[in-house]
Design a protein around this ligand. Sequence first.
Ligand SMILES: Nc1ncnc2c1ncn2[C@@H]1O[C@H](COP(=O)(O)OP(=O)(O)OP(=O)(O)O)[C@@H](O)[C@H]1O
Length: 248
Amino acid sequence: MLEIQNLSVEIGGRRILNGINLNVENGFKNVLFGPNGAGKSALLMTLMGFSGYKVVEGKIIFKGEDITNMSVYERAQMGLGIMAQRPPNMSGVKLRSLLGVISKSDSKYDELAETLDMVRFLDRDINVGFSGGEIKRSELLQLSVQNPDMVLLDEPESGVDLVSIAQLGITIKELLGGKGKCAGERCKHGKSALIITHTGQVLDYVEADRGFILCNGKVMCSGNPYEMLEDIKSQGYEECIKCKMNYL
Ligand SMILES: Nc1ncnc2c1ncn2[C@@H]1O[C@H](COP(=O)(O)OP(=O)(O)OP(=O)(O)O)[C@@H](O)[C@H]1O
């Protein structure tokens, strides 16, 4: 589904990502761990094609096509979607208007908005004055309406209160499980995902397949995401440098 080949990225002339090789197979839910500033968000933003992230080496292959130089719009049209960590304020653009543009004609976003307690935000400017948790719910609502084949989730649980986190987790699970319309392989395996998490709370709702640890802009190791999370909790990220040789 997604192949990241020897990807190096610069922001403002500074190398942030260095020779990243990482795959997300069809229907797999892979997890990206790593300390603050490792380059995790930069990787997801680069995959989605946002400006400011300059690919200086390598390729991004999605569904067999080289998307490295495609626009955000083209990537979204191909079935790639993101729940960003810090999406921008969109003054003058109502959430309802954006959902209308994203949704296919038969999408019922009112129902999804109700599930995520977002109905009262539909006629507000996107993200303007939203709390941290409200921004996350708004992002998830947009992503659910888009219903992409592959989702990029950047710390979906951060800033969300303990009560709302269950609803958020269930909605993510339903989204990834391919609930609703889908076809062929996608129906069988659900959607593909690359998920950034520090706490691992989202993994209570999503069955993850493989974990990767990113340190200093490089993938240091890969393995069972649940074991990796326990190791990180008990030993921190020190060990990730040592296990570089185990990276597959
Ligand atoms: N627009 C920018 N201009 C300059 N430096 C940037 C910019 N965006 C990101 N960086 C730098 O790139 C590095 C990687 O940032 P990134 O947000 O990808 O880290 P992260 O692994 O997601 O961290 P966290 O876990 O704290 O969210 C950081 O050193 C950050 O300061």
